[in-house]
Design a protein around this ligand. Structure first.
Ligand code: RIB
Length: 294
């Protein structure tokens, strides 16, 4: 069984600020760094650091060599990544003094996926292989349909949520990993319990992992439900904490771990990521997570 993540690769321009800049305000930042990120790349690196061999597919622009390097250093197979003329995806991220962030995203090369490229990549995968997706590349609906036709298991992190997701057939998704904001956008409900109920009604055969920020996470599949709290750490930068959780939880599923153990592993890994700067740079190795004392 092979694992493919078809997703974004971004250059994250990260600015340290006292507070998020307000409309009309000019704000001096106290620091600036460029990190490798993108929900796709972060999740691939989280999977690889958790010990899962993973192939990443996606597109980068001419200045994206550093993103390829990050794949290689992070242990991600980059053979399907294509470099095209133009700019890579990038973000402008503000991180405030409490470690909270806000992200402005420019899709760049991530939005240049073609059907021919999708067909070519998926041609190397088969029934029983796993496909992980987020919503930072174009043609998500086509990728889901094509992978499902091949008998691949589709796992979707519908993040960030936007109207492109309306074209996707969520009935073909085996597992959703989403936060409460995305849960509200998918279901139209605000209360986490109602989000869970509605997801079960809408997609009865789909496993769900709903993350609830400071209130931890919930796994739900049919009548089964498990809950996990967060591990409290001093937040330095929350960027990629959710991606770290996603990659680590999926690794636990691949390793056939009991769900409560998988949720615990993912919560620990994301707590470590929150305590560090950057996206891919903040993701811990499995040994570190296993040896981490709360
Ligand atoms: O989830 C965090 C990621 O979201 C950042 O690395 C940024 O690139 C955006 O895609």
């Amino acid at each position: 069984m092979k694992v493919l993540n078809f997703g974004s690769l971004n250059l994250d321009y990260v600015y340290s600020v006292d507070h998020m800049v307000r409309p009309g305000e000019t704000l001096a930042s106290s620091g600036m760094n460029v990190f490798c990120g993108g929900k796709g790349l972060n999740q691939s690196i989280a999977l690889a650091k958790a010990g899962v061999p993973v192939y990443h597919a996606g597109m980068i622009g001419e200045e994206g060599g550093i993103l390829l390097e990050a794949c290689k250093e992070g242990g991600v197979n980059a053979e399907f990544i294509r470099t095209i003329p133009g700019k890579s995806g990038h973000t402008i991220i503000q991180v405030d003094k409490d470690g909270q962030n806000c992200i402005l995203l420019y899709g760049g090369a991530n939005r240049s996926i073609t059907k021919e490229y999708v067909d070519e990549v998926l041609g190397s995968f088969e029934e029983g292989d796993i496909l992980l997706l987020q919503n930072e590349v174009n043609l998500l609906d086509y990728i889901i349909d094509s992978a499902y036709e091949r008998g691949m298991t589709v796992i979707l992190n519908p993040s960030p949520y936007d109207s492109a997701l309306d074209a996707c057939d969520f009935g073909k998704v085996s597992m959703f990993l989403l936060n409460e904001v995305e849960g509200a956008q998918v279901t139209g409900e605000e209360d986490p319990e109602k989000i869970l109920e509605k997801l079960k009604t809408l997609y009865p055969d789909t496993k769900v992992v709903l993350t609830l920020g400071g209130n931890g996470s919930v796994y739900q599949y049919k009548d089964e439900q498990y809950r996990q709290g967060i591990y409290k750490v001093k937040a330095v930068d929350t960027t990629a904490a959710g991606d770290t959780f996603t990659g680590y939880f999926i690794s636990s599923v691949i390793d056939d771990m009991p769900v409560p153990e998988g949720l615990r592993l993912a919560a620990k890994a994301s707590a470590i990521a929150v305590s560090r700067e950057g996206a891919t740079a903040s993701i811990p190795l499995r040994e570190e997570v296993l040896g981490w004392k709360e």
